[in-house]
Design a protein around this ligand. Sequence first.
Ligand code: AMP
Length: 417
Amino acid sequence: MKVLIANLGSTSLKWRLFDFSDGQERLLHKGGFERVSDYPKAIADCLAQVKDAGHISNDGDLAAVGFKTVMARGVTGCVRLDESVLAAMEAFNGIAPAHNPPYITGIRLFARRMPSVPLIGLFETAFYQWAPESAIRYAVPEAWHEAGVRRWGFHGASHKFIAERSAELLGREDVAERARQLYTNQGRSPVQKPDLRVISCHLGGSSSITGILNGVAIGTSMGLSPQSGLPQNNRVGELDSFALPFLMRATGLSLEDAEKALCKESGLKALSGGYNDFRDIETQAGQGNPRAQLALDVFVHQARHWVGAFLLELNGADALVFTAGIGENRAATRAAVCANLDQLGLVLDPERNLALCASEGVISAPASRVKVLVIPTNEELVVAREVRRFLQHAPALARSSAASQPAATTHSPSFQT
Ligand code: AMP
């Protein structure tokens, strides 16, 4: 069974092809294009590359194309991406303006190119379905909550990968199995005592921190939209809701300009004076640029704020995990997040930390009660595994055209908003 995972950005297309034949799990091919302006051509070129590499002879050799879809009104989990789901994603375009529109466009183009290949999405919100109500509610009027104004959480594929892999590395196969089966049995796999408490720090162009108890999320730094939590590369992160009406009244700022500023001109880019790549910000800070240093300091402050929140919520932690572009590669940021936590049982080993880059390993001191791990994330693999499971559970869907499909089919409970 060959599954292509397509990662769609507003100007990029990246893909990975997995093969699940014979009970194996193999990455066959990966590639990508940046600065894409002609999406149909980019999709055609992607499929041509996969064919030229000898992995498929025609589109029909793909069992499915999978997508790391972000959010949709009333739908989460792993679902067939028919028109009703795309309409539900469109309903949340205003919450995820940088994410949903390119996915919707790209998915429709894939559907046109290969009408008989199932297109399946694993929503980034899926991992938070079992978080306690107290961790997801905002104190807003009930009607706002019913309209979808609540904490949804994102980077679900990445944090699920960390939940599973950290449990494997810590020798807790029971918890790893619960994380593996989460979307099929809603976290009902039995686990042993003691509890396994993990804080997962996905720090990259987009960042979030999630508390995980026995493989299940108990809360996360991301809120209603991907413009929440830590400062993102060019998206705002946490902001008091009254900033907007205040500015709009005081300066005549329009809603459109406010949205654009929050989605494209804020976050680390705004703080640093124009740099949204962490490497550039660190270089600038090293050269004495005070705004770049401030951007780093705010980022670390926010990260520690959320690590602290989950340390309290989980009554300590067995592991603190760093992942994604910054978490996997930037030893200085990891050191800053972990600084001065010895009274909480967390001590980094500076040499191990400096030595570890883009690979898996432990960076805490041997005596540290909290293990600090670096785990390269693998979001595409998580999506591919769920797509395979979806096809196995819904074989009737595997080979019929999108047009003939019923409305959204979930194999984990949908949110009703
Ligand atoms: P991601 O969104 O996970 O791809 O992470 C992107 C962020 O991670 C950018 O701000 C990069 O500066 C940073 N990053 C990615 N790769 C590296 C690397 N090899 N070394 C240093 N920073 C990196």
